[in-house]
Design a binder for this molecule. Structure first.
Ligand SMILES: [Zn+2]
Length: 313
């Protein structure tokens, strides 16, 4: 009896959470807001190595979610968006030196049309020997401004080019700019990708949705230690993931684990506010005009957090 009691408690005690990070440019000081210097990258790699972290591939996380295996607190996943040349020129060697896997999300049009700042297909295929190659749309559009048909046209074009150049079908998708709403999500989900990643700054646990995995941006200064402290707050958002009518957000509404009695929420431009939790439900009438065209909502209980992005269409 005692054994059963302990097993029942495990989901509430163990908050084992992996972290998926997203990078853009490396060693490219012309673009400070999306750049990670090679010195910073090396110090992050060294920190992970000396502190017992295991850098795993996205497929490993997918398998664990599928089989409902334990997700290790020590797992770190690296993803790189946009396939900028600076990844190939400056960072790939370091990933090889540490034998750290990665997933590269390719902005297909930039490579197809040979935009100067981006990797060539040949370089992408070479990078594919050390990491996974995946899809980051064809034209890198602001998805929320497109119709479902336009989203499908972009995605069909991206998949066709990827298949032609790589010889296989892409299995993961990352939203351009991390922007999506429920309609964009539905359109992308219809392709049956194994994983879809966002950029919502959260961790990954067994309760995570493989069609909506959070990633944490790791550009700029060395923030790794702080970001590794973020935990996953399993949340069912009832507030719709859609820009509200007249840009006024009427309510904050979500379901979170029932043992939580008090949480905090955040809205871009307004900061944090404490909120009571009744039987695992957070609900407050707010009637706030949204100030930023990319508004983030966060819900937090200590280090556990969940978030939603609302983008003006
Ligand atoms: Zn991008």
């Amino acid at each position: 009896m005692r054994k059963i009691f302990f097993l029942a408690l495990i989901p509430f005690i163990v908050h084992a959470d992996a972290h998926i990070f997203v990078f853009h440019r490396f060693g490219d000081p012309h673009h400070t807001s999306t750049n990670t210097s090679i010195a910073t990258l090396r110090s992050e790699f060294e920190f992970l190595k000396t502190n017992g972290y295991e850098v795993v591939s996205l497929i490993r996380v997918h398998q664990a979610l599928l089989r409902q295996e334990e997700i290790s607190d020590k797992w770190v996943v690296f993803t790189i968006d946009d396939s900028y040349k600076s990844f190939y020129d400056n960072a790939l060697e370091l990933f090889k030196e540490y034998a750290y896997p990665f997933t590269l999300f390719v902005y297909i049009e930039a490579t197809d049309k040979k935009y100067g700042d981006f990797m060539t297909w040949e370089q992408i295929r070479e990078a594919g020997q050390y990491g996974e190659i995946a899809l980051h749309s064809y034209g890198h559009p602001h998805m929320v401004s497109l119709t479902t048909q336009e989203i499908k046209t972009d995605t069909d074009k991206a998949i066709a080019s990827f298949e032609k150049q790589m010889g296989y079908t892409p299995e993961y998708y990352a939203y351009p700019y991390g922007e999506y709403n429920s309609e964009v999500r539905e359109a992308i989900e219809s392709y049956g990708f194994r994983l879809i990643v966002n950029q919502n700054s959260g961790a990954v646990s067994t309760a995570s949705d493989s069609n909506d995995l959070d990633r944490i941006a790791l550009t700029g200064e060395n923030l790794l230690k702080e970001k590794l402290r973020i935990k996953h707050l399993p949340t069912e958002w009832i507030t719709l993931q859609k820009w509200p009518d007249n840009s006024v957000l009427k309510t904050i509404h979500a379901k979170i684990p029932s043992e939580i009695t008090s949480a905090e929420y955040f809205i871009s431009g307004y900061g944090w506010k404490r909120i009571e939790v009744m039987n695992g439900e957070v609900e407050e009438e707010i009637d706030l005009p949204l100030i930023q065209t990319r508004t983030r909502l966060f819900l937090r209980d200590g280090r556990r957090q969940s978030s939603l992005i609302l983008v003006k269409e």
